[in-house]
Design a binder for this molecule. Structure first.
Ligand SMILES: Nc1ncnc2c1ncn2[C@@H]1O[C@H](COP(=O)(O)OP(=O)(O)OP(=O)(O)O)[C@@H](O)[C@H]1O
Ligand SMILES: Cc1ncc(COP(=O)(O)O)c(N)n1
Length: 264
């Protein structure tokens, strides 16, 4: 059995964060574990409140996992504040963690800050250098490099700059562009454009969480990075295609679409 860990925030509505990550791990046949950084009261319409977990408790969760159930890959999502970021970086170093997928979550689709704006520098300094792959969307890439990212050539320029912060590789996600859903992967040598059809739906809550945890799941399964990203892209495209029109706002991605039972 392969093991994967998500270090992220809880989404009570089940569409993003820890809940999306664990569903993604399960759908890949992987045993999922979690380190919760923050609890959000959230649904498809928005975030009602956020309560961060203490940095010591974040570290203790990491200790509990790394000293007993060492994961094959780790995904990091919402990290909320500078003290939590520093504690996660300490844990990753103390336990010599290598296969880290960092989704630099900053603002929810509904507009709430999931990372304090003043903590962006800590994220850059402490967590990016410990990551195998960083997966910013257009806005996050822009915040990281201090310049708007609006086109495929901007995405390539951003990927290069993010590599300079110490990431080993980067995927800049183009989910918020128009046209095909095009992401750019850069490994320091080659650029890859990863493209799928754009699905016409408003129900995209949790797409970034699902994509990054699918990359981690495929790494845990033993695939190389390019293959893991390709498989994760196929997975997120299916999860958006079958997304759920539930709740009154932006519905979530769906993880269990391939088994259908129909009375005939
Ligand atoms: N409508 C869509 N159709 C197909 N693929 C999409 C669509 N929207 C996003 N994607 C893909 O989903 C993945 C996640 O990208 P996106 O840019 O939505 O991330 P994100 O903004 O970080 O997500 P989140 O807001 O959940 O954090 C990318 O591979 C992107 O290309
Ligand atoms: C706990 C948590 N983590 C991440 C997201 C980002 O997802 P989205 O941008 O789709 O709202 C979220 N809303 N909540």
């Amino acid at each position: 059995m392969k093991l994967a860990l998500t270090i992220a925030g809880s989404d009570s509505g089940g569409g993003a964060g820890i809940q999306a990550d664990l569903k993604t791990f399960s759908a890949h046949g992987i045993y999922g574990m979690s380190v919760i950084t923050s609890i959000t009261a959230q649904n498809t319409m928005g975030v009602l409140g956020i309560e961060d977990i203490s940095p010591d408790m974040v570290y203790l969760q990491m200790k509990a996992i790394f000293e007993d159930l060492y994961p094959d890959a780790v995904k990091i999502g919402m990290v909320s504040n500078e003290d939590i970021i520093k504690m996660i970086a300490k844990g990753l170093k103390d336990y010599n963690v290598k296969n880290v997928v960092l989704d630099p979550v900053m603002i929810s689709k509904s507009g709430s800050y999931l990372l304090k704006p003043q903590a962006v520098e800590a994220l850059k300094k402490e967590l990016i250098p410990l990551s195998l792959v960083v997966t910013p969307n257009l806005m996050e890439a822009g915040e990281l490099i201090g310049k708007e990212v609006k086109s495929v050539s901007d995405m390539k320029e951003a990927a290069k700059k993010i590599l300079d912060f110490g990431a080993k590789t980067v995927v800049v996600k183009g989910g918020h562009l128009t046209g095909d859903a095009l992401d750019v992967f850069y490994d320091g040598k080659e650029f890859y454009e990863i493209t799928s059809e754009r699905i016409d739906t408003k129900n995209t809550h949790g797409t970034g969480c699902t994509f990054s945890s699918a990359i981690a799941a495929n790494i845990a399964l033993g695939h190389d990075l390019v293959e893991s990203i390709k498989r994760a892209k196929a997975y997120i495209t299916g999860a958006i295609k079958h997304s759920l029109a539930i709740g009154h706002g932006v519905g979530p991605t769906n993880h269990f679409w391939n088994i259908e039972i129909r009375k005939v």
